[in-house]
Structures are given as structure tokens and as C-alpha cells.
Design a binder for this molecule. Structure first.
Ligand code: GTP
Ligand code: MG
Length: 148
């Protein structure tokens, strides 16, 4: 199993669609092994998106991402990094296909609803930025026990 980092961006809680989006992630088969609601500081945001420093959209990205609460998550699953990126859809809302989370819920690229790590290195770096090791749950998939 692979781990990835995801964040529901500002606006999702306010629009009251966080449950719906988490539900889509769960139904795909991901395990949520850590989750917290938080406001991110400008410093954390700059570190998280450091690869984009200097790009024209960077100031707008930081302003938006620090403008409201987010839900940070660690997700685990088979090929989790690539699968979550597929589920999210394209970065640019004009290219995000219907059926993807961005395609279904976002109408402005800057406010594209959800973040997903783009590589193993990013996932491990981002998980460390947002969570202490003891905040990440380890559990065996015993769903048969609960579902019968
Ligand atoms: P994240 O999962 O948030 O990292 O998105 P991504 O990996 O699909 O895209 P990328 O890392 O390249 O860009 C990070 C974020 O910056 C995007 O999600 C957008 O919100 C924003 N962004 C990227 N490119 C543009 C752009 O050309 N214009 C604007 N306005 N925003 C952009
Ligand atoms: Mg990215």
C-alpha cells in the first residue's frame, strides 16, 4: 500500500460538501489514516507549495489557501498517489473532466477544491509537514468484521 497527502481547500467546508468529497474518496477504496481541520499559516503554505515560488499565480494561491479552514488528510491505498490524482482531475478547471472531483465541483482554477500529492517524494514531504507520526493511524483492513 502507498500513502498520499490530500487537502480539501478553503471553501469546501463553507459550501458544506466536505462529506460528499470524502465519501467519494472512501468509495474509491482509500483508507483515511489521518485527518484534521485546520487553518494553515502563510509559512506552512509557502513551504507546502515551495515548488511554485516565483510563478505568477503564487501570491494568489497563498492568499486563497490561507483564507479559510482546510481538511488535511493522509490516504492509503493501492497506487494511492496516481489514483487520487485521477480522482481529482486536471488542475485547470477548463480541462477537468466531469466525473472527477474538480470537474464536478470547481469552476475557478485557483479554487480547485482539492490538493493531491504528485509523487512519492512530495507525498512523504507533505505528510511530514502536516502530521506528526503519532497522528497517523495504522490499522488492518478488517471491514468484513464490521460489515459481515
Ligand atoms: P495541487 O494538488 O493543489 O498541488 O494542484 P496540482 O498539482 O493539480 O497543480 P500545481 O501543483 O501545478 O498547482 C498548484 C495550484 O496552484 C493549483 O491547484 C491551482 O490552484 C494553482 N494553479 C496552478 N496553475 C495555475 C494557473 O495557471 N493559474 C492559476 N490561477 N492557478 C494555478
Ligand atoms: Mg501540485
Amino acid at each position: 500500500h502507498e500513502r498520499t497527502f490530500s487537502m480539501l481547500k478553503p471553501g469546501v467546508l463553507q459550501r458544506r460538501i466536505s462529506g460528499e468529497i470524502i465519501s467519494r474518496i472512501e468509495k474509491k477504496g482509500f483508507h483515511v489514516t489521518a485527518m484534521k481541520i485546520m487553518r494553515i499559516s502563510e509559512e506552512l503554505c509557502r513551504r507546502h507549495y515551495s515548488e511554485h515560488e516565483g510563478k505568477p499565480f503564487f501570491p494568489g494561491l497563498i492568499a486563497y489557501m490561507t483564507s479559510g479552514p482546510v481538511i488535511a488528510m493522509v490516504l492509503e491505498g493501492e497506487n494511492a498517489i496516481a489514483h487520487l490524482r485521477l480522482l481529482c482531475g486536471a488542475t485547470n478547471v477548463d480541462e477537468a473532466a466531469p466525473g472527477t472531483i474538480r470537474g464536478d465541483y470547481a469552476s475557478v482554477t485557483r479554487m480547485n477544491i482539492i490538493h493531491a500529492s504528485d509523487s512519492v517524494e512530495s507525498a512523504e514531504r507533505e505528510i511530514k509537514l502536516f502530521f506528526k507520526p503519532e497522528e497517523i493511524l495504522e490499522y488492518v483492513d478488517d471491514s468484513a468484521h464490521w460489515l459481515g
